[in-house]
Design a protein around this ligand. Structure first.
Ligand code: GUN
Length: 300
């Protein structure tokens, strides 16, 4: 079997179009412009690239974009003061503190100081709790993007066996909660899981989110299963020239795509969905803050 490619880049474009259309409606009908604030501490090059891309896409869908770039030496008190100011700013509906933070800052404390209703990352402890108890919450962007693609491909996920490889707070755990919410039978596998290949072979849906290049080979995949590859790993590519690199996922695309029914490529799969879902979450947060109906199909 040769797998259908799930085109995350195109899907993300569709999500952004839906968001933009709803933003226009909010402006014309209610004179409201959703606002997203991104806080970056320090000058980590990868984080700078993400933040720039977030700002650009936020503006492109018609939202207000605010960036707070703070010195790497910023104290916890100063960072908390910035967050407090954003919590109390009615023109800001979403707040994202770019991770990782410099070592002297307590990430949990910082994240939990964000107003949960503006926590568009869905990392605040109360959003984590609400997701796990099936209450309306802000849902982490990457797993939300994966869920949207799965629903789009399968329709109902009810009764399917899903295996999530990876137990991070950002992807693995919330992904498992979302799949459970859609009535999958969910297994969370990780580095200590016994007989991982056999566990994965039972899955109708495999979500690979471990951050290890090409660790899932095709012979772990049940014929016809759907593979969602969250990994973005940069590996040396001497075939492209000296010092060159290429991006690969956590699944070995060449062999997995021979057995899977559908698979997300890397790049162009899950990656583009993350920022699209951040915009969707900001819109959702704005609608909730104003007591307005939420856009359909953009939330869990
Ligand atoms: N750093 C890498 N991914 C993310 C993300 O999804 N949210 C935040 N806040 N920081 C990140």
């Amino acid at each position: 079997m040769s797998a259908q490619i799930i085109d995350g880049k195109a899907f993300a474009g569709t999500v952004r179009e839906k968001v933009a259309a709803h933003v226009t409606k909010l402006k014309t009908d209610h004179n409201i412009t959703p606002g997203l604030a991104v806080v970056l501490v320090g000058e980590d090059p990868a984080s700078q690239v993400y933040v720039r891309s977030k700002g650009k896409q936020t503006t492109e869908v018609g939202m207000k974009s605010v960036e707070h770039k703070l010195d790497v030496e910023t104290s916890e008190a100063d960072l908390l003061a910035v967050i407090d100011q954003l919590n109390n700013d009615d023109s800001i509906h979403g707040i994202l503190v770019q991770l990782p933070l410099p070592k002297h800052l307590n990430e949990d404390l910082v994240i939990n100081s964000i107003d949960p209703s503006k926590d568009v990352d869905g990392f605040h402890i109360s959003n984590v709790g609400m997701l796990s108890t099936g209450q309306k919450s802000m849902v982490p962007c990457t797993p939300l993007g994966c869920l949207m693609m799965l629903r789009d491909h399968h329709g109902s996920l009810s009764g399917m066996n899903a295996v999530v490889i990876g137990r991070s707070n950002i992807v693995g755990k919330p992904m498992a909660q979302l799949l459970l919410g859609d009535s999958c039978t969910v297994t969370i596998a990780h580095s200590r899981t016994k007989d991982l290949p056999e566990v994965v072979r039972r899955a109708d849906i495999v979500v690979a989110a471990v951050g290890r290049p090409e660790m899932v080979p095709g012979d772990w995949i049940k014929e016809g299963a759907t593979v969602i590859d969250v990994g973005i790993n940069r590996i040396p590519a001497p075939e492209k020239g000296e010092g060159k690199h290429r991006l690969v996922g956590d699944a070995d695309f060449a062999t997995c795509s021979e057995r899977a029914g559908a698979i997300t490529p890397v790049p162009g799969g899950v990656g583009p969905m993350t920022i699209a879902c951040l915009l969707a979450n900001t819109l959702t947060a704005c609608c909730r803050a104003n007591g307005l109906e939420e856009p359909e199909g953009l939330t869990a």
